[in-house]
Design a binder for this molecule. Structure first.
Ligand SMILES: Cc1ncc(COP(=O)(O)O)c(C=O)c1O
Length: 360
């Protein structure tokens, strides 16, 4: 069977070229007779992979010497749990704009005094609170935000780099979908399973002056400075996952870099939002502020449950899968990360038009 259009929110579709190159390297790495998942992480093969992955990540994002690129395991959830353990001394600011930033703030609760600077929970997170409504604390150790809320489908068009000297960003579901101002952040992290590779790797960009601010942790596994000193290899890192990231970075570069990727993602998202707005009596966008609509996770509703179920079923029969919305939001969620081709978005938009005509 050929590859179909997979709109999963994550783990998500990866570019075919990345999968093919990774599969080949898994079977036989550069003619050595063994695969990249079958050699020591301390050997020259993987050392070369790690160096190139870091170098390409730095080049794509223009990361300055002030920041390190680290790889961790345990997912973005472990990361937003480790952040308050390490850096929340007195109190930390949290913007609660959706499911993931709420979970991050909740993780900080047991460990100190997180302060919610603003929340849109009363309207079921249908938007990101306006910057003018944020109540920031002068003394906060850091400000945590999630710049693309995967579940609710809205994004911050501009990262709030001037809101805190220590801005911490969960960019999991939009990482490398466009250029990011990483050098103006204290820390940026992203679980790999949306735009980068398979689940199991978290990419972290850490400003080096954050290391002295860390609490004493019971294990150096959770100590970012120790991780940096050991080139992300205190223990065996997820070698195959990191290799896949390398192939993804090579692929992004071949596409023309992050600006080109951003232009393509904007056009892809527009196809689907136009289909929603073009049949506004039938489809309704979940996000209440059009300017905040995510370019990665497009959420919309149909008039009722029966039509939603029929939509999902018929779309699957036409080769478009994983469109069911998250349980707290309902409706449809189409996740269209970097690997989703324009054709996939066009196919969905065309299908939406026909479905609305037949069922409206
Ligand atoms: C924005 C965001 N943050 C955090 C997470 C949690 O990631 P993980 O399951 O890897 O812990 C997700 C998962 O979808 C996410 O979308």
């Amino acid at each position: 069977m050929g590859r179909i259009f997979n709109f999963s929110a994550g783990p998500a579709m990866l570019p075919t070229e990345v999968l093919e190159a990774t599969a080949a390297a898994m079977l036989d790495y550069q003619g050595r007779g063994f695969g990249i998942a079958e050699c020591s992480h301390r050997g020259k093969e993987f050392e070369g992979v790690l160096d190139e992955t870091i170098a390409r990540c730095r080049a794509l994002l223009g990361i300055a010497d002030t920041h390190d690129v680290l790889f961790m395991q345990g997912g973005a959830t472990q990361m937003f749990t480790l952040i308050p353990m390490n850096f929340q001394h007195k109190s930390a600011d949290y913007l609660v704009s959706g499911e993931w930033s709420k979970k991050a703030a909740d993780a900080a609760k047991g460990l100190g005094e997180p302060f919610v600077v603003a929340t849109s929970e009363t309207t079921n997170f249908d938007h990101c609170p306006d910057r003018s409504d944020w109540k920031l604390c002068d003394q906060a150790d850091y400000l945590h935000v999630c710049t693309n809320e995967t579940v609710h489908g809205h994004r911050m068009v501009d990262w709030p780099v001037d809101a805190s000297p220590n801005l911490v960003v969960d960019a999991s579901s939009e990482f490398m979908s466009r250029p990011h101002p990483v050098n103006q952040c204290a820390m940026v992290y992203a679980g790999a399973q949306k735009n980068l590779g398979p689940a199991g790797v978290v990419l972290v960009i850490m400003r080096k002056d954050m290391y002295p601010k860390q609490s004493k942790m019971p294990s150096k596994l959770w100590n970012f400075a120790a991780l940096a000193e050991n080139k992300s290899m205190i223990n065996t890192p997820p070698t195959l996952g990191i290799y896949t990231l390398l192939e993804t970075f090579r692929w992004i570069e071949k596409q023309g870099g992050l600006r080109t990727i951003e232009t393509r993602n904007t056009a892809k998202a527009k196809l689907i939002y136009d289909a929603i707005d073009g049949h506004s009596g039938f489809y309704s966008a979940f996000v209440s502020r059009p300017e905040q609509r995510s370019h990665m996770n497009v959420n919309f509703r149909l008039p009722d449950e029966a039509k939603t179920e029929a939509f999902i079923k018929q779309a699957a029969a036409e080769g478009m899968v994983a469109l069911k919305g998250y349980r707290t939001v309902g409706g449809i969620r189409a996740s269209i990360y970097n690997a989703m081709p324009v054709e996939g978005c066009r196919a969905l938009a065309d299908f939406m038009g026909e479905f609305a005509k037949k069922n409206g």
